[in-house]
Design a protein around this ligand. Structure first.
Ligand code: SF4
Length: 200
C-alpha cells in the first residue's frame, strides 16, 4: 500500500525531527528520549501537559505512567482516545531531572516546538493540563483551581480549557461532589459537549 504524505504530515515530521535532535537547553544532556507527541496528529482535540516524567522519558511517549493511565481512563469515559481522536504533547519535550518544575529558560527554549505543533495542527479545542501548560498560554496569576473548567479563546479561534493534571488527581482520591476528581469529570463532560457541537 502506498502511503500518501500530505504537506501537513511533512511539516509536522520536519518539526519532530528537529525536536529529536534539539540541544537548545541543558535538558538534552539528561534525557533518554525526546518526547514529541502521542495520539492522532489530525485530531481537532489537543491536550498539552507539563513535561515528560520517568516513564515518558524511557518510552519516548507522553503520559504513559500512572497519571497517563488515569488520563486515558477519564478521556475514554467520554469517547476520546489517543488511537482515534486526540493529540497529546507536553510544554517541554525533555524530562527535567527528578521531575522538578521546568525553568523559565527551558520553557522559552522549547516553546517554538509547542507553537509549531499548535500552528500546524490547528486544533479546535486545546486542553491545558496543569499549571505549566496554562502559564504557556494564559497571562494570569490565578491558579488552576480557579481557572479549570472555563473556556478561553485560543490560537486560530480555537477554544482552550485549563484542566487538572492527572497526577494531582492521583493525590486526591475522593470522588465526592466538589472534589478534584468530580470537578475533572464535569470538565471532561463539558469538553465532550462542545466537541460534539462543533461537529468535528
Ligand atoms: S526541552 Fe525542548 S528546548 Fe530543551 S533540549 Fe529538549 S527539545 Fe530542546
Amino acid at each position: 500500500m502506498t502511503v500518501i504524505k500530505t504537506e501537513f504530515d511533512e511539516k509536522l515530521e520536519q518539526v519532530r525531527l528537529e525536536c529529536m535532535k534539539c540541544e537548545k537547553c541543558s535538558l538534552c544532556h539528561s534525557r533518554t528520549n525526546t518526547v514529541f507527541s502521542g495520539g492522532v496528529p489530525n485530531s481537532k482535540l489537543m491536550l498539552i501537559g507539563e513535561a515528560p516524567g520517568y516513564y515518558e522519558d524511557m518510552k519516548g511517549e507522553p503520559f504513559v505512567g500512572k497519571a497517563g493511565q488515569l488520563l486515558d481512563k477519564i478521556l475514554g469515559c467520554v469517547g476520546f482516545s489517543r488511537k482515534e481522536n486526540i493529540y497529546i504533547c507536553n510544554t517541554l519535550k525533555c524530562r527535567p531531572p527528578e521531575n522538578r518544575d521546568p525553568l523559565p529558560e527551558e520553557k522559552a527554549a522549547c516553546k517554538e516546538f509547542l507553537d509549531a505543533q499548535v500552528n500546524i495542527l490547528k486544533p479546535r479545542i486545546i486542553l491545558l493540563c496543569g499549571r505549566v501548560a496554562v502559564n504557556s498560554f494564559l497571562d494570569t496569576k490565578l491558579g488552576i483551581t480557579k481557572l479549570r473548567g472555563q473556556w478561553f479563546e485560543g490560537p486560530d479561534f480555537s477554544k482552550m480549557m485549563p484542566i487538572f493534571h492527572p497526577s494531582y488527581l492521583l493525590r486526591n482520591d475522593s470522588r465526592e461532589k466538589g472534589s478534584p476528581k468530580w470537578l475533572m469529570w464535569q470538565d471532561i463532560k463539558e469538553v465532550r459537549r462542545v466537541y460534539d457541537q462543533m461537529n468535528v
